[in-house]
Design a protein around this ligand. Structure first.
Ligand code: C2E
Ligand code: MG
Ligand code: MG
Ligand code: MG
Length: 298
């Protein structure tokens, strides 16, 4: 493919060819620099977690939150994970970064608790290399132990493609996490290769319907049918369903009519800082006091 592009560029004269290779070098160079920077992102404290609410209906209560990684690169604005997770995977940096994510989530849970909030469940994304890492279970167990966070607060999100090779090993890992009390969610469900009957072999609590199905659910009959089918079958296997990427009320209403359990998307909230999440957390004690104060004032 790039040979063809080179050939055409050459045909159009030397300058074009020059231009083309310069562009190639630039992106390779940029990638290399970003890779070097990423090595220091952790120790320079440039990584940050945002949290996106996952809602319950009908009362718009907070069900849980998903932790989503961002990189405050000094020369760029906030960098989204799609721009650096692959790089972290290729370089192996995803292992220490992933540990940092788990540790930071646990510390955040403790901070919310210390401030008197009812703790939401927190979902953490794992990439393929993290999931295959021999030390995954030990590392998570150690962090839970060190921070004193109960395992049932944590959900791990993996994708269908991670279930496919070395099934014996996958079953062992998931059973072990499940025995610890950690919940497992299948992210971006419907985009990879797996059938629901196949999923029965694993201890999975939740399916997250990929947002590409939700996007067109109002206009595309087949997406509508796919979503309805996923929800019905997940429920018959006693799994929860989260619809991701909800942006409109119409999408929400259709999903509610199909008895989806939980809802995530810009319609409710974009991913926000931990401090902003606090506005949505329940603080039983102070709420009580507030109501009491208002009553006695009146
Ligand atoms: P994901 O796990 O599927 O996360 C959902 C993504 O969809 C997030 O993008 C979120 O901001 C976005 N989103 C949520 N609601 C809406 C909506 O209504 N409309 C649209 N257009 N988008 C919506 P984000 O934060 O850029 O993350 C992208 C991906 O990066 C994640 O996809 C996940 O696969 C990966 N990722 C994020 N954080 C981590 C992490 O800590 N570790 C690992 N390994 N991967 C992560
Ligand atoms: Mg996710
Ligand atoms: Mg997802
Ligand atoms: Mg996704």
């Amino acid at each position: 493919n790039s040979d063809v592009a080179m050939y055409h560029a050459k045909e159009n004269g030397r300058n074009n060819y020059q231009f083309f290779t310069d562009e190639l070098n630039k992106s390779a160079h940029e990638r290399h620099t970003l890779g070097l920077d990423l090595r220091y992102a952790l120790e320079r404290n440039e990584l940050v977690l945002h949290y996106q609410p996952i809602m319950d209906m009908p009362d718009h209560q907070l069900h849980s939150v998903e932790a989503l990684l961002r990189w405050r690169h000094p020369q760029h604005k906030l960098i989204a994970p799609d721009k650096f997770i692959n790089l972290a995977e290729e370089t192996g940096l995803i292992i220490p970064i992933g540990e940092w994510v788990v540790k930071t989530v646990c510390e955040q849970i403790n901070a919310w608790q210390a401030r008197g909030y009812r703790i939401p469940k927190v979902a953490i994304n794992l990439s393929a290399r993290q999931f295959r890492d021999k030390e995954l279970i030990n590392n998570i167990a150690r962090i839970l132990d060190e921070t004193g966070v109960a395992a049932h607060h944590i959900t791990l999100e993996i994708t269908e493609s991670m279930l496919i090779d070395n099934i014996e090993k996958v079953v062992e890992t998931l059973n072990c996490l499940n025995a610890m009390g950690i919940r497992i969610s299948i992210d971006d469900f419907g985009t990879g290769y797996s059938s629901l009957s196949y999923l029965k072999r694993f201890p999975i609590h939740t399916l997250k319907i990929d947002r590409t199905f939700v996007r067109d659910i109002v206009t595309d009959r087949s997406d509508h049918t796919i979503v309805a089918t996923i929800i019905a079958m997940a429920h018959s296997l006693e799994m929860d369903v989260i619809a991701e990427g909800i942006e409109t009320e119409e999408q929400l209403n259709l999903l509610r009519a199909q008895h989806c359990n939980h809802y995530q998307g810009y319609y409710f909230s974009k991913p926000v800082t931990a401090a902003e999440i606090e506005y949505m957390l329940i603080k039983p004690a102070s709420r009580h006091r507030k109501i009491h104060a208002i009553r006695s004032a009146g």
